[in-house]
Design a protein around this ligand. Structure first.
Ligand code: AMP
Length: 413
């Protein structure tokens, strides 16, 4: 472990946890956040998933909680999705392995019995919760927030997008008035700024690359007819090196259908969308993490905050609705300094969104075409900057992927 981590005034048990997790150097968001949290200050963290923001609040929280003991829960982490809540609880278990600190996650979509049992059995110091289930448990008197010393609002912009701000406000109102608050958000819509202004006390601001996606990512636009999108996707999967990819669709129905179609053409694909049961979602995520599936076909909401190491490609099968959503989606690849590719399929209707995304990125995105998949050239509504166009012949200049399963009949170019 680096000297920088050693000098952070984190106790020996937590340093062992850091070693256990295999973290060598603190990430920039951690360097900026950890000392302020240890001092008890409120923090406004502008960072997206993939930057190491979870450990940025978990490590000093573990340290602060370890200094004294007492009945809990003493810390609360509010997160928008079950996947994120589960991931945070897992990270606490890894980093806090050599401490006495216990965490339990509660979220909706599953029966509350097992969660209530876990709360009674574990008596957690840290509660990780999605807003709806937390309010339910508070109303039933099962969870009380009177002892909370530190609260984290994670992915606050997503909570706003998902309509959770009224719930979040009710949760904040149930907290003791003297408490430390940490608010993390990848973007700062005015509603989040207002929330921060109202509830944070002279916050320390920590900011890393919250606007511009990681430079390591190679972006490309593929103009294509709607009807040819699936064939183009299959072509790219086969022709390019798709180790582990997330494909984003606009609707749950499309996610389900495309995963099924990829699966029946011999690709190891699985859907992740909001209509699936909690068990099916966990199975899909775990399978994707363990590389039982190469391709996860997901909607925006379902994929929020998910953290998978080494996603080689993100494909926007459908253009996202906002430039923010584009940034979030492609933030799934090129993580941890590994290279990533972000391919976006665009039809004529997506022209103005392409402009917005290019404005956000600060440069035009390369246009690519594949023989046999011709669509009308994508002109811009803006008198835009110079654009590059690259032409790809099937298979040319690209490494053909090794066949993983001999039984799989792969389409070759
Ligand atoms: P997050 O932004 O919290 O979703 O973190 C993204 C990924 O980075 C997770 O897989 C973490 O386990 C990992 N991570 C966090 N901090 C470090 C670090 N200092 N060194 C290496 N990996 C880290």
């Amino acid at each position: 472990m680096s000297e920088e981590f050693r000098q952070m005034r984190l106790g020996a048990a937590i340093q062992r946890g850091i070693e256990q997790a295999g973290y060598e150097q603190p990430r920039p968001i951690q360097v900026q956040t950890i000392p302020a949290v240890l001092e008890g200050r409120d923090v406004l963290g502008l960072a997206q998933t993939g930057t190491g923001k979870t450990a940025a609040f978990v490590l000093p929280m573990l340290e602060n909680l370890s200094r004294e003991s007492g009945p809990g829960p003493r810390a609360l982490i509010v997160a928008p999705t079950r996947e994120l809540a589960t991931q945070i609880a897992d990270e606490i278990r890894t980093l806090g392995r050599y401490t006495r600190i216990r965490a339990v996650a509660v979220f909706g979509g599953v029966s509350q019995n097992s969660q209530v049992n876990a709360l009674r059995r574990e008596r957690p110091d840290i509660l990780v919760a999605c807003p709806g289930r937390l309010l339910d448990l508070m109303q039933q008197g099962i969870v009380k927030l009177g002892r909370i010393e530190t609260v984290v609002l994670d992915e606050a912009d997503h909570m706003f997008d998902m309509g959770f701000l009224p719930d979040v406000t009710r949760i904040i109102e149930a907290l003791p008035s003297r408490r430390q608050m940490l608010l993390f958000s990848a973007t700062m819509p005015k509603e989040i700024r207002r929330l921060a202004n109202r509830h944070l006390d002279k916050p320390h601001v920590a900011e890393v690359e919250h606007r511009r996606p990681v430079n390591a990512i190679e972006h490309a636009l593929y103009p294509v007819d709607e009807k040819q999108k699936l064939e183009l996707l299959k072509h790219l999967i086969d022709a390019d090196r798709f180790d582990s990819a997330i494909v984003f669709t606009r609707t749950k129905h499309r996610a389900r259908r495309i995963a099924r179609q990829l699966d029946s053409s011999g690709h190891r694909a699985v859907a992740l969308q909001g209509n699936m049961s909690q068990n099916a979602r966990v199975r899909a995520m775990d399978g994707f993490r363990r590389r039982e599936f190469d391709i996860l076909v997901a909607t925006d909401i379902a994929a929020r905050g998910i953290d998978v190491e080494k996603v080689s490609h993100v494909v926007n099968f459908d253009m996202p609705n906002t430039a923010d959503a584009y940034t979030h989606r492609i933030g799934r690849t090129g993580r941890a300094e590994c290279e990533g590719k972000a391919y976006t399929f665009v039809t004529g209707e997506d022209r103005s969104m392409v402009d917005q995304v290019e404005l956000r990125l600060g440069s035009p995105i390369q246009r690519c075409s594949v023989e046999g998949f011709d669509a009308a050239p994508l002109r811009s509504a803006r008198p835009a900057a110079r654009r590059q166009t690259a032409s790809r012949k099937p298979g040319s200049g690209m490494r053909r992927r090794r066949a993983r399963r001999s039984t799989t009949q792969r389409k070759t170019a």
